[in-house]
Design a binder for this molecule. Sequence first.
Ligand code: ADP
Ligand code: ADP
Ligand code: MG
Length: 672
Amino acid sequence: MDNKTDQSISLRQINTLMIANRGEIASRIIRTCKAMGIRSVAVFSDADRDAPFVAQADVAVHIGGSNPADSYLDMAKLIAVAKRTETDAIHPGYGFLSENVKFAELCAKEDILFVGPNPEAIAAMGSKSRAKSLMMKHEVPVVPGYQGEDQTVERLTAAAEEIGFPVLLKATAGGGGKGMRIVHEAGEIQSAIEAAKRESMSAFGDDELIVEKYIASGRHIEFQIFGDKHGNAIHILERECSIQRRYQKVIEESPSPVMDEELRERMGAAAVNAAKALSYDNAGTVEFIFDDKSRDFYFLEVNTRLQVEHPVTEEVTGLDLVQMQIQSAMGLPLSLMQEEVLGEGYAIECRLYAEDASNDFLPVTGRIERFEVPEVEGLRVESAIESGSEISIFYDPMIAKIIVWDMNRLAAHTKMRYVLKNLVCLGMTTNQDFLLQLLEHPDFTSGNYDTHFIQKKIDLSELSQTRLGSEQMACVAATVYDWQQREQSRTVLRSLPSGWRNSFNDYQQTNYQVGDKEYQTKYRYQDGKFHFFVDTVELPVQLISSGEAQIRLQIVDQQYKFTVVKNGDRHYLHNETTGNVALKQVPRFPELQTEKAEGGYESPMPSQIIKVLVEAGQRVKSGDGLVILSSMKMENTIEADKDGIVEEVYASEGANVEAGFLLLKMKEAQNA
Ligand code: ADP
Ligand code: ADP
Ligand code: MG
């Protein structure tokens, strides 16, 4: 049997496809275009001029400034470029305009195919309350809660009491893990509702909330759905995405460790119901929260786009979801039936982020000096970058997605750990070692976890404690690396080895700082060998070989390959055993400490200033918001840490500032 075909649906050819997106997903879409013989058009902002996806596309057009509003979100510009390049279809990727009804409608109006579902489906799922109400009508179980029109504090409070604590308040217009608040008891509910409304208004321009039962030990399990314009809809198995921080995914896998055929049948049927309720005609994801104890599941939302973690599904099914999206958009019927959807083996994806797990997962910016992927069978890396790429404040901090397939979970995890140990990504702080820590946790291995796994089970202080001896080894490697660099650039006194001293007993000394520890590193070079002391540890070292950004050392009896990059007074090193180590050279003469401004509030990271909430002379209370900053899609409100009076404001709205920028100064209030 075949899928049904509606003869009234006309087929549209796609010769040229424009990607209204950037980074790894733009590269991913271009790859499928090439496979299908479709001409690809990339658009790019100032910041992306040198990005790999721009070079990969057949046509690349600059569309404006680095702020998304001036480029990737500028609908008029995108349409103009589409016209100019004879674009037949636009793929929006994920994020940006992918779930924007207006953009989907505009494409239709301009007679350009939008590679995504029909605008009505996007609109219906754009509001969490409308989505839930619709799903309830179509026998899709939803989280018990309130999604009514009466938005008074009284009604919402009453709803919370009926549902029973803990409850979760969600912004109806929310997304990306933003605008959610857990309320544990009745005493907190009123102020929580007020705060959630304020937050939602400032983030989404709308203060409507829904109230939901908070599922304390829930797992995030989602189903890939697919539909076509002929009325066919299927699901393409599940992905488990419970490993989250800040309600956002870090690791995704398929199949889920808790899945069995009976549960897959039930959840899959609910997902297909959801698709049918929406006359769904492209790729989408139905997200559920699964209660570990009762094995009940509840609808959370539908993401009406290609998902970040779609490769996991591709790896277990062998399907190309981007190709299927393009075919559905052209008007072709789905090429496979539900019974033909078969998973084989197991796949896992880790999101490599430029962020500091030991500092509340705050994103970091910088330059990736070196990016090298180990050669492993069954490894797929979807990356936005190459050696030398910048991670800027304008876009999200994802560096790459690392995907591994194998016959089963155990084998794939072994491989993933190997990849995480051997992947080189140097130049800035990343979550690479954190990912490894997750993969090494016995509860993750056994599949015994929920959405609170990171919060409850991972000791982030362990991250700063590198393996025994690895910091000392890194000090040695950095020192030999510098020695080698000097050797190579030396033109005079060729016959004298670098670090040569009149007296052979003199040692060269460099001190390095690692985290808050300092290591005194001394060495002497004699007869082709180094003799090191790191503090009191004595180490015989030989330089075996060196290459670009690489040295091979023998320390005592074992050989180690280090990848080394240097940036100013910092060395970033990677080795399979030591992991990533960043060293800062301690100056020989102490630096003048810059005094931290008294009563000063600084930007904790490079950011854009979204809103200045106070003015000079204003009296504020501890906990009041002062300035709202945005960096890499994350908003951050700087709050007063004590009562006082604003003395001076240096922050101006719209400005891009560096980490440590003095935003404003406060003085103590003189109480009368
Ligand atoms: P997914 O659900 O596809 O796995 P996430 O849940 O992490 O991905 O994020 C959903 C999508 O929304 C991603 O494309 C992400 O880039 C985007 N996103 C996240 N936060 C925001 C935001 N504040 N504004 C716009 N897009 C966002
Ligand atoms: P977003 O649109 O921001 O992705 P979701 O509704 O998909 O919002 O929820 C994001 C995450 O928040 C989920 O993956 C889950 O971890 C958690 N979550 C959402 N609703 C609940 C709930 N009712 N109980 C417990 N956790 C929840
Ligand atoms: Mg979600």
